[in-house]
Write a protein that binds this ligand. Structure first.
Ligand code: 6AU
Length: 278
């Protein structure tokens, strides 16, 4: 059967990329397909949110460069929390340059992303060299890293449609050891593929942003769908939720954050159970 009709556990047992395998194992063990996007600018809020949502997530998604008081101990503590609470780390860096530059951006600078992020993402716009550039760093790491390609975006008017998405999927198929899946809004197996393109071992994870139970969008082009639409109907594997959980105000209420995380975890898991039971 297609990957989205199999259990996370079966997929974990078969997956050959260590980061993908660890993520699927964690999802099965904690019964969660929720990734929380911790888009805040203060380190204190960052950790308050992570500690509140940790039991309910498989993945913490960061934009490390928006923290205004970042220091090296932040990523050290993040790694510690990840092993303590059993979640993976996804730095949402959206690499989009020539291979040599993305390799440096991934490994170097002040953030040294490849040291602590299990998963990163990239825009396919430069072509295959963005993958090989990042792989030259990520595949050397002793813990295997994984890359997601942005095959589709959640925003109104996104240019990630038609042949762009088809070519993104074709590119990923050439680098299945390192490309573990896509940021997308639906499953990608059928996209631009003849039946013979898809091998039995192919298992791309689909991580879907633009998920909200209350709002339909924001004032800056974001569009939200529900976990049922995203997971049950469109076959995505992980729901990425930011403001639906952390709120939009300047002050963080950890009790609200915790309650919302529980709510999205339950909704995401129910949507998954309804899907594999079909
Ligand atoms: O739930 P939100 O709208 O508060 O946050 C969604 C998060 C943000 C975006 O940078 C990110 O998801 N995102 C991405 C990613 C993950 O690559 C792609 C996309 O198409 N839309 C999107 O919102 O941190």
């Amino acid at each position: 059967p297609a990957p989205h009709l199999q259990s996370y556990k079966d997929r974990a047992d078969r997956h050959t990329n260590l980061a993908a395998r660890a993520l699927l194992r964690c999802m099965d063990a904690k019964k969660t397909n929720l990734a929380v996007s911790v888009d805040v600018t203060r380190t204190k809020d960052f950790f308050d949110i992570i500690e509140a949502v940790a039991p309910y997530v498989c993945l913490i998604k960061t934009h490390i460069d928006i923290l205004e008081d970042w220091e090296p101990s932040v990523t050290a503590k993040l790694q510690m929390l990840a092993s303590e609470h059993n979640f993976l780390i996804f730095e949402d860096r959206k690499f989009a340059d020539i291979g040599n530059t993305v390799a440096l951006q991934y490994s170097s600078g002040i953030y040294k992303i490849s040291d602590w992020a299990h998963i990163v993402n990239a825009h396919p716009v430069p072509g295959p060299s963005v993958i090989t550039g990042l792989a030259s760093v990520g595949m050397k790491s002793k813990e295997t890293r994984g890359l997601l390609l942005l095959a589709e975006m959640s925003t109104k008017g996104a240019l990630t449609t038609g042949n762009y998405t088809v070519d993104a999927v074709r590119m990923a198929r050439q680098y299945r050891e390192f490309v573990i899946g896509f940021i997308a809004q639906r499953r990608m197996e059928g996209v631009g593929a003849s039946e013979t393109d898809i091998t039995a071992e192919e298992d791309f994870l689909i991580l879907a942003p633009g998920v909200g139970l209350d709002a339909k969008g924001d004032a800056m082009g974001q569009q939200y769908r529900t976990p049922t639409e995203v997971v049950t109907e469109c076959g995505c594997d992980v729901i990425i939720v930011g403001r639906g959980i952390i709120g939009t105000g300047r002050d963080i209420d950890v009790e609200v954050v915790k309650r919302q995380a529980q709510r999205y975890q339950a909704a995401g898991w129910e949507a998954y159970e309804n899907r594999v039971a079909r």
